[in-house]
Design a protein around this ligand. Structure first.
Ligand code: ADP
Ligand code: MG
Length: 456
């Protein structure tokens, strides 16, 4: 993204807060960092200005790596840093770089790429092979193969990872390419800011410069009518100019309603692919890769434990990683001398995790409470036989949410709602599904209710 001075300040302040925490020495921090600022960002180079020659020395020798790490983390980009002082600044001015010092040029481009995600550390299996190879082909020939490339699938299956891998690959092979990763929400925020500052045209201009646009979680765009128009404008501009676009979403294009045709359908070169839940072998391979990457002695975890995790968490790599990390943490914390994890230790850990989770479980009562508060009725009305229209809507929703959020048979849900039978529950859920497809407001009501239910 292209940024101005105030954005530099914002980024730098965030980095400073982290540095201050990390250094944990007020004197040192204030001596060397007090009068520092980001002077410019050009390509991948961030220039930081300090007020003293000695300060420059210290920052360069002692803190450069840290500064760089935090900067990369805060901006989610791959940056190198240079520290200069007033003498260096004069030199820059003499060499004719002064313009970029006071007014950052169009080169000040932040990609938002996370260097951690690459093709190399993405484990390929049946479930994701197609996506992987389409993504790699796209990265090798941006704009030539599949454009736009649309990748969809449930949460935690590696969509974001693949987007960054494409971006990092392209940046490596074609350093001059302008690559931008952003989520649909980021786009929305950019849009709102541009409207507020009356800078819509310049927003469009900035997007026009991009060679590769990686847009994550486009499902969030589905309900934002006005943003959509601007996005389509940018989108058409880029695709028609042969610039590559890759999009991800948690659902297939045809479930994005009005977005579908305009995003993928109308482009002959467009391709949409599903990334599926992992099969057991791939889950196991991922676990081994993660263990390898963390440089842990793989033998420390018994093989049947890894199999157990792979079998239970294959539907979501994020959970798979989470389970592994918890185990490792447990082993290192409780038995640092000999952190061996056998099946007993593992089951114990998972049990304590389950107990932790169960502290605030989602229950039918919780769902009833939240839904009835939301509709301003009583929980008893929700289960009653009354059929006034607002009660019916709320009742259907509560049954639907119970099906979505609880691991309960439909007959049990029916019982919990005034002894109704399971076909009534199915009926209610079908109605809600239909409403969700037809009415965008309904989608946000349901997601709001879900987060209310979970946040207790
Ligand atoms: P999504 O965007 O689909 O919700 P992410 O890309 O955020 O999922 O993936 C969640 C986590 O799982 C990330 O840490 C990612 O690196 C990891 N991950 C997902 N799929 C794989 C894979 N096939 N190989 C290695 N790591 C993976
Ligand atoms: Mg994601």
């Amino acid at each position: 993204m292209v940024y101005n001075d105030s954005r530099f300040e914002e980024i730098w302040n965030t980095v400073l807060v982290r540095l201050e925490n990390d250094i944990n020495d007020k004197t040192v921090f204030s001596t060397y960092f007090q009068d520092t600022k980001i002077l410019s960002i050009e390509g991948d180079l961030v220039t930081i200005l300090t007020n003293s020659a000695f300060g420059k020395e210290v920052l360069n020798r002692k803190f450069l790596e840290k500064i760089q790490d935090f900067l990369c983390d805060v901006t989610q980009s791959n940056f190198k840093c240079q520290i200069i002082d007033q003498t260096g600044l004069n030199g820059l001015k003499k060499n004719g770089h002064a313009a970029s010092v006071s007014t950052p040029t169009g080169d000040a481009f932040i990609t938002h790429l996370n260097p951690r995600y690459s093709f190399e550390n993405f484990v390929v299996g049946l479930s994701n092979r197609e996506c992987y190879s389409a993504a790699l082909a796209t990265a090798m020939n941006p704009g030539d193969f599949y454009n736009p490339l649309f990748i969809y699938g449930k949460s935690g299956l590696g969509k974001t990872h693949i987007l960054h891998a494409i971006g990092n690959y392209v940046r490596l092979k074609r350093p001059a390419f302008k690559v931008l990763y952003l989520t649909a929400d980021d786009f929305f925020e950019e849009y709102v800011r541009a409207i507020k500052d009356r800078e819509l045209e310049s927003l469009k201009d900035r997007f026009r410069e991009i060679d590769l646009l990686l847009l994550d979680d486009v499902q969030f765009m589905a309900t934002k009518e006005r943003t959509k128009e601007t996005f389509f404008h940018v989108f058409n501009l880029l695709v028609n100019a042969g610039k590559q676009i890759v999009i991800t979403s948690d659902r297939p294009p045809h479930e994005l309603r009005s977005l579908e045709d305009r995003l993928v359908g109308r482009f002959a070169s467009g391709l949409s692919l599903e990334i599926k839940a992992l099969e057991y072998e791939t889950a196991l391979a991922i676990l081994n890769k993660k263990i390898e990457a963390q440089n842990i002695n793989g033998g420390a975890i018994a093989h049947d434990v890894l199999e157990h995790i792979a079998r239970h968490y294959a539907s979501d790599v994020r959970q798979l990683e989470g389970a592994l990390n918890k185990l490792l943490f447990y082993a290192i914390t409780f038995n640092p001398e000999k952190p061996e994890i056998d099946m007993n230790t593992a089951l114990e850990t998972f049990q304590s995790l389950t107990r932790m989770k169960e502290k605030n479980p989602v229950t039918v009562d919780r769902i009833k409470l939240v839904v009835s508060e939301y509709y301003n009725i009583s929980p008893a009305q929700l289960t009653s036989k009354l059929r006034t229209s607002n009660l019916v809507v709320a009742r259907h929703l509560a049954m639907y949410l119970s099906r979505e959020l609880l691991d309960l048979p439909l007959t049990k849900i029916g019982e919990a709602f005034g002894g109704r039978d399971h076909s009534t529950v199915i009926n209610a859920c079908d109605k809600v599904d239909k409403m969700l497809k037809e009415n965008e407001d309904y989608v946000s009501v349901v997601s709001e209710l879900k987060s209310l239910i979970k946040s207790q």
